[in-house]
Design a protein around this ligand. Structure first.
Ligand code: NAD
Ligand code: TDX
Length: 349
């Protein structure tokens, strides 16, 4: 069992990083402090962390590309473990502008690894994605030994970062672990990703854009399950090992959109047709992967971890969260969630 002191979490203002922080700070087994390094791109939102104990969550507005800052934080806060969530994470954005994906996801990861290289007592956990394995056909399943076959600039940049983690670990004898998760969903997800986009468009009566014929398949994992799996790996994962984290929960996109529409209608007490008629087939994403599915046997067998969420219950709760948090939605839509930066930095300088 690894002893977890103070953690440096990168990208902790994003969707999954913030879920991880909320969950870890609520876990009595964790008694340290979290240093949260986030560059606050469009995806960083400090509203996601409202309510966390400020005495145990030190937010630092900075870039993982800034190696000196990373090293200073590790030393000053006596960091024992880096949990690396920070990334450019949206496939569609990577198609239109791959440059920042290469910078943040590959070069940024190298900066963090170099900081650890000079401080080999620090454990490094890398958060990666099933997309590095490319696309499955109708059959088959990804495992930790599947070949790397990335198809989007995003997936290629994550694959590149994975290779650095492996190589730095081997060459410089660093303590590293890595996980590949399937598609996450849950509260606080930025509405560019499928599930929150569809929920918000339903609520606004806007079209629900389904790419291609909607037959692509994703394996959905609740973000809290992902956070718990990462915690389990931090505590018990063996250095040098890779763990795949799946939801065991494959859905065709079109079926998922129909289920969302059904649940939104149920929760709003309105006829399903009100929302069903919004479903619109649009031009397919270039290089659109057909199917992802993760086996998840290794983490179950070696670390005794399995996902706990029932998908339909998790989806219903996620819709309920968006319905109960109009202020979060409004601040994202108007861009007001970014005003925090102006206010805060105006005060500091
Ligand atoms: P997100 O886009 O919601 O959040 C990313 C966070 O990283 C943001 O807070 C952003 O400001 C920060 N960031 C971006 N560039 C930075 C930089 N240069 N320096 C410091 N901070 C920076 O992403 P997410 O969905 O929470 O994903 C988190 C991680 O999980 C990523 O590594 C992603 O590849 C991986 N992942 C995501 C999913 C998913 O379904 N969302 C699935 C598997 C793996
Ligand atoms: O408007 C849409 N219409 C649509 O049909 C959007 C945004 C998506 N889609 C489709 C594309 C995918 O088949 O839905 C599926 C899910 O799309 P995204 O939410 O963009 O996720 P995906 O491309 O599968 O990648 C996600 O999972 C792996 C995350 O964004 C990545 O960060 C993660 O690594």
């Amino acid at each position: 069992m690894r002893t977890l002191g103070n953690l440096l979490v990168t990208g902790g203002a994003g969707f999954i990083g913030s879920a991880f922080i909320r969950r870890v700070l609520a876990n009595p087994a964790f008694t340290g402090t979290i240093i949260d390094l986030d560059a606050m791109t469009y995806a960083g939102n400090l509203d996601n962390l409202a309510g966390v104990d400020p005495a145990r969550h030190v937010f630092v507005h900075g870039d993982i590309l800034d190696g000196q800052l990373v090293e200073k934080l590790v030393d000053e806060h006596r960091i024992t473990t880096i949990v690396h969530f920070a990334a450019e994470s949206h496939v569609d954005r990577s198609i239109h502008g791959p440059g920042t994906f290469i910078q943040t996801n590959i070069v940024g990861t190298m900066r963090l690894l170099d900081a650890v290289r000079a401080r080999p007592h620090v454990h490094f956990h890398h958060i990666s994605t099933d997309e590095v394995y490319g696309s499955l056909g109708k059959d088959g399943i990804f495992t930790e030994t599947s070949p790397y076959l990335p198809n989007s600039p995003y997936a290629a940049s994550k694959a590149g970062s994975d290779h650095l983690v492996r190589a730095w670990g081997r060459t410089y004898h660093l303590s590293t672990t890595m996980s590949h998760a399937s598609n996450n969903y849950g509260p606080y997800q930025f509405p560019e990703k499928l599930i929150p986009l569809m929920i918000l468009n339903c609520l606004e009566g806007k079209p629900l854009p389904v790419y291609g014929d909607g037959q692509n398949i994703r394996d959905w994992l609740h973000v809290d399950d992902h956070a718990d799996a990462v915690w389990r790996i931090l505590e018990r994962g063996e250095a040098g090992q890779v763990y795949d984290i799946g939801g065991g929960n494959e859905w065709k996109n079109l079926d998922l959109v129909h289920e969302l529409v059904r649940l939104v209608a149920e929760l709003k007490g309105e006829p399903v047709d009100t929302y069903r008629q919004l479903i619109t087939f649009v031009k397919d994403r270039p290089g659109h992967d057909l199917r992802y599915a993760i086996e998840g046997e290794k983490i179950a067998r070696e670390l005794d971890w399995r996902p706990t969420y029932d998908f339909v219950a998790g989806l219903r709760a996620t819709i309920q969260w968006y319905l109960a948090n109009p202020a979060w939605i409004e601040r994202v839509k108007t861009g007001a969630y970014r005003q925090w930066l102006d206010t805060n930095y105006a005060t500091r300088s």
